[in-house]
Design a protein around this ligand. Structure first.
Ligand SMILES: [Cu+2]
Length: 479
């Protein structure tokens, strides 16, 4: 353990929230006195910024504790199916990579040592990190070449369920197994008897267990990416959560798939979502039917009932009915721990954002590169072409995204959380933040956010085959 290095720009990045508070006080003080002839206050954006105050912090002080992690990329073999071993690319010889667990305020110092035959980088999905720690080649850092090392150091700003994965040629590197979870625990535990992570992934395997090694097939690129023929939790087909009747459990589900979307079905179990994409929700809601797009997470709160049969958690997104994992109730019943479901009451309402003008807009479309290869584009440009979108730091921004295609696109913003405010022009009242949102074919959505974290960040489709075919752009926050 050692001294933590303060993250760059911390003091600068705390300013916008202070300004927002001041602006909020002024708006409140003059409410009613500044109405325009049309009845509006003329300060809709300021009101929306004001609603955000207190939703999550601009910064979190470091405790000084440093958690050192070595992440060595290497080729290994694991047993996914019984018919034969699967050669995979791993962090430290395992899939998922080691679960990194820290307490809020702890500093993560992760040393990537690249033992692969090609370059790689690590992205800390959903974690608000200093910009140069975000892991995107050509945006945040140089690629880490074979035999080289890179030290990632950051103090997570938020508690919650996050994950790390390769952000280099993800259509192959993620698919081969380069992912793991990063759990940031709250300063005081809530009182769950078990806290369990299931990283959900699908694999496209030959009958003998070998990975199908044709990546970026044109059909996958132009459709919904590469979907596998088996579904695993923590790279196993037989993942089981064993608990006594009455146990109250926090189960964290991470969609680590390249492309497949899930809708976890808990059957007869009574399951509440308490967090989405790492962040606590404003109020818990029934988990059934929640759509878990690639990159996304949900944390659920469940009480294990007395039961003779395992409760199987199925994927119910497209009717294939893959089992994800199961929960086995065994042993003597215990008294269920009683505590209020954790929430974040400060999630902004932002239903008024339906009337705000979009500050920026994107159209997503499929085209062809000069060599005929399929190419995904934001506003006609495939990465690295295109100008960065400039967001106003510390103020409400509304972004419209139109999916002008017939396939799914889970859109992920780096370094920020946002709320979905409209779908196809209709106001949406989701009582939680996201870092990834699924666009259905032909759909137009609008998201709102107050950008607190300065720098140039990636915005891309989390279907890896789409991202690697150009479906990425950048945006800037602050100077
Ligand atoms: Cu996409």
């Amino acid at each position: 353990m050692g001294e933590s290095k303060p993250a760059q720009g911390r003091s600068i990045r705390s300013l916008p929230l202070v300004l927002a508070v001041v602006a909020g006080v002024m708006v409140t003080a003059f409410a009613g006195a500044a109405l325009l002839p049309d009845g509006s206050s003329g300060s809709a954006a300021a009101d929306l910024t004001d609603e955000f105050v207190g939703a999550y912090p601009a910064t979190t002080p470091a405790t000084g504790e440093v958690v050192e992690v070595l992440l060595q990329t290497q080729i290994a073999a694991i047993d996914v199916v019984e018919t034969g071993a699967t050669a995979v690319w791993t962090y430290n010889g395992q899939v998922p990579g080691p679960e990194i667990r820290v307490r809020l305020g702890d500093t993560v110092r992760a040393t990537l040592v690249n033992g692969l035959p090609e370059s790689t980088t690590i992205h800390w999905h959903g974690v608000r990190v200093p910009n140069d720690m975000d892991g995107v080649p050509a945006v945040n850092q140089e690629p880490v070449e074979p035999g080289e090392a890179f030290v990632y150091e950051f103090t997570p700003t938020d508690a919650g369920t996050f994950w790390y994965h390769s952000h280099t040629r993800g259509s192959e590197q993620l698919e081969r197994g380069l992912y793991g979870s990063l759990i940031v625990e709250e300063p005081e535990p809530f009182g769950y008897s078990q806290d369990v992570t299931w990283m959900i992934d699908d694999w496209l395997l030959e009958a003998d267990g070998r990975l199908v090694e044709q990546f970026r097939q044109p059909h996958d690129v132009t459709h919904n990416g590469r979907w596998g023929n088996i579904v695993t939790a923590n790279a196993r087909l037989d993942t089981v959560l064993r608990a006594a009747p009455g146990e109250r459990i926090r189960l964290r589900l991470v969609n680590a798939s390249n492309a497949r979307t899930y809708a976890p079905d808990f059957g007869a179990l009574d399951v509440d979502v308490i967090a989405v994409d790492g962040m606590l929700v404003g109020a818990p809601f029934d988990a059934s039917g929640f759509v878990l797009a690639p990159g996304s997470r949900i944390d659920v709160d469940l009480v294990v009932p007395a039961a003779d049969e395992p409760a199987v958690v199925f994927d119910n997104f497209n009717g294939e009915g893959f089992a994800i994992g199961s929960i086995i109730s065994e042993g003597d019943p215990i008294a269920t721990s009683q505590f209020p479901v954790p929430t974040n009451p400060a999630v902004p309402d932002w239903t008024g954002a339906v009337d705000a003008d979009a500050d920026h807009s994107y159209v997503v479309s499929l085209g062809r590169a000069g060599d005929g290869w399929p190419q995904w584009r934001f506003n006609g440009d495939a990465f690295p072409d295109g100008e960065p979108m400039a967001l106003t730091e510390g103020e409400f921004n509304k972004i419209q995204i139109l999916n002008d295609s017939q396939v799914l696109h889970p859109i992920h913003l780096h370094g920020q959380f946002f709320k979905v405010v409209t779908r196809n022009g209709v106001s949406v009242d989701e009582d939680f933040f996201r870092d990834t949102v699924l666009l259905m074919p032909g759909e137009t959505i609008e998201i709102g956010l107050v950008a607190l974290d300065a720098g140039t960040w990636a915005l891309h489709c989390h279907i890896q085959e789409h991202a690697d075919a150009g479906m990425m752009t950048t945006f800037t926050v602050g100077a």
